[in-house]
Design a protein around this ligand. Structure first.
Ligand code: DPN
Ligand code: ZN
Length: 310
C-alpha cells in the first residue's frame, strides 16, 4: 500500500508582493515488503535456536540479536550506538540508530523491545516490532529519505524484566537531549496470530499524543482496516518516554486478552480465543505470526514515521 500525502507550501517571492503556490510535493511512504520483515523474523528464530531457544536478557541470544540488527543498520549508513546497563546480575544492551539527516534538535523516535522471555524465542513478542522497525529503517536508507526532522530508532533490552532498558535510556539522557525528542512511537507485538488492530489511546497515559494516535488510525483507515483504541498503560517501552513528558503513540495486535465476537466479525480470526495463545510461551515461534497483521502494521509504521518526520 502506497500512501500519498500532498504537501502544499506557499512560496514567497522575495522583494515582490507576489505570493505564489509551490507545486504540491507528493510524499510517498514506501510500501514495506512483508517478505523482508519475515526474513528478519527467521533470523531472530535462528539466533534463538542457536542459543538455547531464547533471546532473553542476560542470555547469549540477546546480544546475538543486538549484533545482528546493528550490522544491518551499520551497512545501511546509520549511526549506531550500543548502550550497556546492568540488571539482575547480567549486562543488558540498548541499540540505537540515527539517520544522519534533518534537524538534530527535533527528533522523532521509533522503538520496540528486542528481548524475549526465557521461555521461548519471542517471535511475535517482540520479534515482530523489532523486525518491522528494522525494515522501516532500511527503507529510510534505501529511499534516501531526507526528512526535516531527525529519525532515531531504538531496540530496547530487558523489557520483559520490567521495562528496564528503555527506562535506563530515558533516565540517563541529559534533560537537554530528552527535550529534543518530540515524538516516540512504540511497536510491541504487531503480528499476533489471532490479531486485533489496536492503536494506543492518547488518553490512556501521561503524554499520550492525539496527533500520533490519529496518524496511526489514519494509516489503517487508508487501507480499510478498522481499529480500536487500547489503554496499554505502563505495559511497554513507551512508558518511560511518557513519564518524561514526550508525546507517545503505538500499535498493538494483542497478547493474552480474548478476542470478542464483535472483534472477530470485523477483523476475522477466532472469538473466545486469545489474540496470542503463545504469549510468553515456547510456541512463540515463526509459526506464531499472522502475516497480514504484520504487513499492515509495518506499512502503518512507515506511514506514521514519514508523516511525523517530514
Ligand atoms: N509488554 C508486552 C510484553 O512484552 O509482554 C505486552 C504488551 C505490549 C502489552 C503492548 C500491552 C501493549
Ligand atoms: Zn513485548
Amino acid at each position: 500500500m502506497r500512501i500519498l500525502i500532498a504537501l502544499a507550501a506557499a512560496l514567497m517571492v522575495a522583494g515582490t508582493t507576489t505570493a505564489q503556490a509551490a507545486a504540491p510535493t507528493a510524499l510517498a511512504a514506501p510500501n514495506i515488503n512483508v517478505a523482508n520483515v519475515r526474513a528478519h523474523l527467521n533470523q531472530f528464530q535462528s539466533i534463538a535456536t542457536a542459543n538455547g531457544g531464547n533471546r532473553a536478557h542476560g542470555r547469549p541470544g540477546y546480544l546475538a540479536s543486538v549484533n545482528w540488527v546493528k550490522s544491518k543498520l551499520d551497512a545501511a549508513g546509520y549511526r549506531t550506538a550500543v548502550q550497556s546497563f546492568s540488571y539482575g546480575g547480567a549486562t543488558g544492551y540498548n541499540l540505537t540508530a540515527e539517520w544522519p539527516v534533518g534537524d538534530a534538535n527535533n527528533v522523532v523516535m521509533v522503538g520496540g523491545h528486542l528481548d524475549s522471555v526465557t521461555a521461548g524465542p519471542g517471535i511475535n513478542d517482540n520479534g515482530t516490532g523489532s523486525a518491522s522497525i528494522l525494515e522501516v529503517a532500511l527503507q529510510v536508507a534505501a529511499t534516501n529519505f531526507q526528512p526535516t526532522k531527525r529519525i532515531r530508532f531504538g531496540w530496547w533490552g530487558a523489557e520483559e524484566r520490567g521495562l528496564i532498558g528503555s527506562t535506563y535510556y530515558v533516565n540517563q539522557l541529559p534533560s537537554a537531549d530528552r527535550s529534543k525528542i518530540k515524538a516516540y512511537l512504540n511497536f510491541d507485538m504487531t503480528g499476533s496470530p489471532n490479531p486485533g488492530y489496536f492503536v494506543y489511546s492518547a488518553s490512556g497515559q501521561p503524554s499520550g499524543s492525539a496527533a500520533l494516535q490519529q496518524r496511526l488510525q489514519a494509516g489503517f483507515t487508508s487501507f480499510g482496516v478498522q481499529t480500536e483504541l487500547t489503554s496499554v498503560g505502563g505495559r511497554s517501552d513507551h512508558a518511560a518516554f511518557a513519564r518524561a513528558g514526550i508525546p507517545i503513540g503505538g500499535t498493538f495486535t494483542g497478547a493474552e486478552g480474548i478476542k470478542t465476537s464483535a472483534q472477530a466479525q470485523k477483523w476475522g480470526g477466532t472469538a473466545g480465543q486469545a489474540y496470542d495463545r503463545c504469549y510468553h510461551r515456547s510456541c512463540d515461534t515463526t509459526s506464531n505470526v499472522n502475516a497480514t497483521a504484520l504487513d499492515r502494521n509495518a506499512d502503518v509504521i512507515a506511514y506514521a514515521l514519514w508523516a511525523t518526520a517530514v
